[in-house]
Each structure stands twice: as structure tokens, then as C-alpha cells.
Design a protein around this ligand. Structure first.
Ligand code: FAD
Ligand code: SF4
Length: 535
């Protein structure tokens, strides 16, 4: 089968879904290729046992950790292939990067490089991204927040009582806790109309009632209402082929239902996630691109960043019956603690653990359900640095291999010590669980949820693969619209920046096609209406 489109988009997650949604109203003929299928809507969506213990939706197979070339290890990456990509499972915390994150910053293990664009360049796109993904938040309370031209489109989500107390306790300890910016379709003023029912299985789970602002709900489904947009699921793109000049991709090769299909388009957008996108370019090597498509710089696959992430469970003497816990953040230590000259990172609440989830961190708990009733769950993130040796490569069978040595571990340890120093203030005591006031630890290489940096953008084709529009320097019609373009990881969650940049790239592609995404009406008929304050 061969078919020609104006634009082919590979991957329907935060990057690809958003870009497709932005281009849909322009009338461009778009083909969205997604290797996964629709995520089934079923009661197990909200079952910790099904989702986390049995891995019911895990479908990304295994990759190989080649960090130690003498003893490669297979591991299961924590990511998912479905319409909507990993946003089907994400916690929907949608932060803007800090203004200084776009500048060079000295860290304990080296310099986090400056971006080739500034925060001000991205600010209008952040504003559009927050509107599109229905972000709830409050300006003026996050101590490191960047300037914004508009208020959040929806008010901050309220804390449940135990988290409100935590907020007060942390404030009394001299910190500046703030409501997390959260992309869920909740309407606390009119709960009878709210899509979100405020449950305990959000972060790491698909939303059974389509109340989460994920790429499927917010972007893919609305885009498919346009007759010019086609989605093919189960469509694994295996290779991009060029014309003899090597300057134009003229065939997109797909494996679907056991058969090979080929498609072509004026513009091809790669948005498979930072690791799969790099793997696809590497797998598309040919005579004109011997080291991988668009890889004359040699950077494709390199500078992989994952974040230093720890999941930590504090044990509160007072029970914590919170359901929706992801409402509080702490950024007081983001750029440092005033005592040590380097940035530490961010703290935020995790989804509430239950008897199943607490078992991952406390496998020997005598009564996991009781322990979970006393848990307050946190997520700590420290920036990691873009080392050229941290990279994606392909194995002899074409499988994905990662080499990854963490950086800034001392900063992460100091952030953990700051967390531990707050346990008393948070009324978390060692008498709840066998002399421990908390449990948990740092994620290993399987924790690829925040992957980024593998196809960096820049002005110099010798040191970057993408230009400032996220088009490959070496190829005239291939763009990248996921987190591959990052030049540093920062220490806040990546997805709002992916969305904002996808909107920016969509406008660049639209202009190239003689169209514009600006002023076009978003394709949102049928989405739940939020009556809460906002624009
Ligand atoms: C449990 C969890 C919680 C998270 N919480 C947060 C959070 O609170 N805040 C935040 O900012 N981020 C969070 N993230 C990260 C967030 O999900 C990602 O940053 C985001 O989804 C990345 O978007 P993307 O478009 O780059 O890739 P993805 O969302 O991964 O989408 C890529 C898509 O491309 C498809 N694909 C890949 N290769 C191919 C191919 N060769 N052919 C066809 N299709 C292909 C995949 O199936 C997938 O659907 C979380 C992630 C997880 C797993
Ligand atoms: S908290 Fe709301 S958005 Fe999240 S899974 Fe539950 S109902 Fe869905």
C-alpha cells in the first residue's frame, strides 16, 4: 500500500498527539502512525494489582542495559505504547521549565548547557499548552516559577485535609509549598459535571473515566473529528528512506498486522519518545546517512537524560486517608539550599500508595494495608547532565540498547537529606514502621518516564541534529516533536515543555505548507466543559 499525505506524524503521545491536534484545523492531510492500539477501558485501569503487580498494560518489551559492556542486562522499560503514549499513564503534573533552566547552570558534576532559545521564546507556547491541557494551578506561590503572561486557565486543585496540614506544617518550617500545576478535567465547583472524580489511582494509571488531560482525550480524539486526519494503530514505523540525494525522506516503512506498508508525505514528524525516536533515526541509516538519518553530527542517540528520580514514602503517625494526593510541590531547593553551591532539585507528592504499591518499597511489611494508611508519598527529582556517552544504540538484532551513567548523585543525596530533615515537621515518625520514618529509593535504568535529549536542537549542525524549528539539519522534510530536542533535562517534569514545543513546531510546519495554526479553532467539540474560573 502506498499513500501520500501532507504530513505523517509518528507517535501519538504528548508530542505527536499535540502536533496533530494543532495541524488538524489547517486542513492539511495528516496520517498519524501509532505502534500501539487503543488502551482498553475496563475496571482494571484502576487496579493497582493489575497495573503495577501484574503489568497488565506493559507492552514495551525489554531493552538491554549496556552501561557495563562486559555484562549487558535485559530490563523492562517503564513505558507504554498506546494511543496517547505515556500520557495515558502520566501524573499530569505540567510544569513550565524555570527561566534560568534555559541558561547554562553549574552543577556539582558539570555544566547544564544553555538552550538555543530562551524562556521568553517559549512562553507564548507554554500559555497555549496550559490552556489546551486544562492546567489547574496558582501563580505567585511556587518560589522559582517563571514569569507568565496569563493566569492558569483553571484554579488550583484543593488539598485534602492531611495534605492541607502538610502544607501548613511545611510552611511553619519555613518552606514555600505550593499547589502543583495539574492537567486533569476536574471541576470542583460543579462536581456533578466534572469528568474527573478525584480517585486514588491517577499517577501511573490510565483514567477509566477519561478525566485526565492525556494526549488521547485532549488531542487525538478531537483531531480525528477532522476528515483530513487519519490514524493507523498497530503501525510500527521501522525505517525512513530517502531519495538518492539523501535530503528528502520519501518513504515511511511500517509494519502493521504482519505486513509491510509504505507511506509518503511532504513532511514527516518523528515523535516516538526520545529513545524510540533516536532508535528510528539510527535504524534508518543508508549510504547518504551512514551513521543514522540526520546524524552527520554524531549526536543522535547521545546525551540521553532520564532525571535522578526517587520515590519516597514517609510514614505519618496520623493516618493519611487522602485519595488524590498529587496536589503539593516544594521547589525551595531547586537551585540550591543556600549552604551548598549547586542545584538540588524538586519535590512533589506522588499518587497515594495502597497495600499493593507500598509492597514495592516495603516488601516485608507485616500489614501493608495499615502501613499504606499511614503513608505520605513523595517524588524527588534532580537534574541529570547530558553526557555524550549516555546513549541509545541498536543491538545486532535492531533492539534498543541504553548506556547510562547517572550524574549529580551527590546533589540528589542532598535533596534526600533535605527531605529527611523535614520528616519531624511533617509529623512522620519512626514508630509507625520498625524504626523507619520513610522507605523507598532512587529509580534504576528502567525508569525512563522522563527520557529526553537524544536528538538535541541547536544552531550548529556540528553539535546538534535539529535546527531551531526542530527540523533535521541534514534532511529537508523531517522534524522531531518529542523530548528528544531537549539540551538539558532541568529538574521539573518534562511534558508541558514537550507540548509547548510541539505547538511551536506545528506552527513552523503549517507555515511551510502555506497555512497557520494560529487563530484556528481547536477541535474540542464533545469534551467535558469545566465551569470553574478561568479563560
Ligand atoms: C507513570 C508515569 C508518570 C508520569 N508522570 C508525569 C507527570 O506527572 N508530568 C510529566 O510532565 N510527565 C510525566 N510522565 C512523562 C510523560 O508521560 C512523558 O514525558 C510524555 O508522555 C512524553 O511524550 P512523547 O510524545 O515524547 O512520548 P510518548 O508519550 O511516549 O509517546 C510516544 C508514542 O510514540 C509511539 N511510538 C514509538 N515508537 C514508534 C514507532 N517506531 N512507530 C510508531 N509509533 C511509535 C509510542 O507507542 C507512543 O505512543 C510520566 C510518565 C509515566 C510513565
Ligand atoms: S484522579 Fe481524576 S483524572 Fe485521575 S484517574 Fe482519577 S478520575 Fe481520572
Amino acid at each position: 500500500m502506498s499513500d501520500h499525505y501532507d504530513v505523517i506524524v509518528i507517535g501519538s503521545g504528548a508530542g505527536g498527539g499535540t502536533l496533530t491536534h494543532a495541524l488538524a484545523p489547517t486542513g492539511a492531510k495528516i496520517l498519524l502512525l501509532e505502534r500501539g492500539g487503543w488502551l482498553p477501558r475496563e475496571a482494571e485501569n484502576w487496579s493497582p494489582a493489575a497495573v503495577w503487580a501484574e503489568g497488565r498494560y506493559h507492552n514495551s518489551g525489554s531493552w538491554t542495559d549496556c552501561t557495563n559492556s562486559d555484562s549487558p542486562n535485559e530490563f523492562e522499560p517503564k513505558q507504554n505504547y498506546y494511543v496517547g503514549g505515556n500520557t495515558k499513564f502520566y501524573g499530569a503534573i505540567l510544569f513550565r521549565f524555570r527561566e534560568r533552566d534555559f541558561e547554562a547552570i553549574q552543577h556539582v558534576d558539570g555544566v547544564s548547557p544553555a538552550w538555543p532559545i530562551s524562556y521568553a521564546d517559549l512562553e507564548p507556547w507554554y500559555t497555549k499548552a496550559e490552556r489546551l491541557y486544562r492546567v489547574h494551578g496558582q501563580r505567585g506561590v511556587d518560589p522559582d516559577e517563571p514569569p507568565a503572561t496569563e493566569d492558569y486557565p483553571y484554579p488550583a486543585i484543593s488539598h485534602e485535609p492531611r495534605i492541607a496540614q502538610l502544607n501548613d506544617d511545611l510552611a511553619a518550617a519555613g518552606l514555600h509549598p505550593f499547589p502543583l500545576p495539574n492537567g486533569i478535567l476536574i471541576d470542583e465547583d460543579a462536581p456533578q459535571f466534572s469528568a474527573c472524580v478525584r480517585c486514588a489511582t491517577c499517577d501511573g494509571f490510565p483514567c477509566l473515566v477519561n478525566g485526565k488531560a492525556d494526549s488521547q482525550v485532549i488531542c487525538v480524539e478531537p483531531a480525528l473529528r477532522y476528515p483530513n486526519v487519519t490514524l493507523r494503530t498497530g503501525a510500527l514505523v521501522t525505517r525512513l528512506e530517502t531519495d538518492p540525494s539523501g535530503r528528502t525522506v520519501n518513504r515511511v516503512v511500517v509494519e502493521r498486522d504482519g505486513a509491510v506498508e509504505t507511506y509518503s508525505a511532504d513532511v514527516v514528524v518523528v515523535a516516538g519518545g526520545a529513545i524510540n525516536s533516536a532508535a528510528l533515526l539510527l535504524a534508518s541509516a543508508n549510504d547518504q546517512h551512514p551513521d543514522g538519518l540526520g546524524n552527520s553530527s554524531g549526536v543522535v542517540g547521545r546525551h540521553l537524560m532520564l532525571h535522578n528520580n526517587s520515590s519516597l514514602i514517609a510514614f505519618s503517625k496520623k493516618p493519611n486517608p487522602t485519595k488524590f494526593q498529587k496536589t503539593l510541590g516544594i521547589n525551595d531547593f531547586y537551585f540550591g539550599d543556600g549552604e551548598w553551591p549547586y542545584p538540588l532539585g524538586a519535590m512533589q507528592m506522588l499518587g497515594k500508595s495502597d497495600a499493593v504499591l507500598v509492597g514495592f518499597d516495603v516488601p516485608d511489611a507485616a500489614d501493608p494495608a495499615d502501613l499504606a494508611r499511614h503513608s505520605i508519598d513523595f517524588w524527588l527529582t534532580t537534574e541529570d547532565l547530558p553526557l555524550p556517552g549516555n546513549r541509545v544504540t541498536l543491538g545486532p538484532d535492531g533492539g534498543i540498547q541504553l548506556s547510562y551513567t547517572p550524574t549529580n548523585l551527590e546533589a540528589h543525596q542532598r535533596l534526600r537529606e533535605r527531605f529527611m530533615s523535614l520528616l519531624d515537621a511533617m509529623h512522620c515518625r519512626p514508630d509507625v514502621y520498625e524504626n523507619h520514618s520513610y522507605a523507598g529509593g532512587r529509580l534504576g535504568i528502567g525508569g525512563v518516564a522522563h527520557q529526553n535529549g537524544t536528538i538535541r536542537f541547536g544552531t550548529d549542525p556540528a553539535t546538534s541534529a535539529l535546527d531551531l524549528d526542530c527540523k533535521l539539519h541534514d534532511v529537508d522534510n523531517v522534524y522531531v516533536a518529542d523530548s528528544s530536542f531537549f539540551v538539558s533535562s532541568t529538574a521539573v517534569n518534562p511534558t508541558l515543555t514537550i507540548i509547548a514545543n510541539a505547538l511551536r513546531v506545528a506552527e513552523s510546519i503549517a507555515q511551510r505548507l502555506g497555512r497557520s495554526t494560529l487563530g484556528a479553532q481547536p477541535a474540542v467539540p464533545g469534551l467535558p466543559v469545566l465551569t470553574g474560573a478561568g479563560t
